[in-house]
Design a protein. Sequence first.
Length: 84
Amino acid sequence: GVLDIGYVPNAAASCIFTPFYVYQNIYLGSACQDLKEVFAPVKAASAQGDGWAARARTLLPLLLNVCLVLFLIRTIKQQIKKSR
C-alpha cells in the first residue's frame, strides 16, 4: 500500500515534482490573468487589446490546469494497469 513506500523515494519524487509545481504557480500565475477575469463578461474596450494574444493570455492558466489534471489522471491509470 501507500505506507510501504520509503522516505527516500518519497523525498526524491518531491525533489522532481516540486520545481514544476512552483514554476506553474509563480511564473504562469503572475504572467496570466485571474480566473475571475476569464469568466467575466467581455468588456467593450480592453486595456490589453482585442487580439489573439490577449485571448490566449486570458485562457492560458485554465488550459494549463486542465492539461495538468488530464496528464495526472492518465499517469494514475497507467500505474493502476501496471499493478494489475
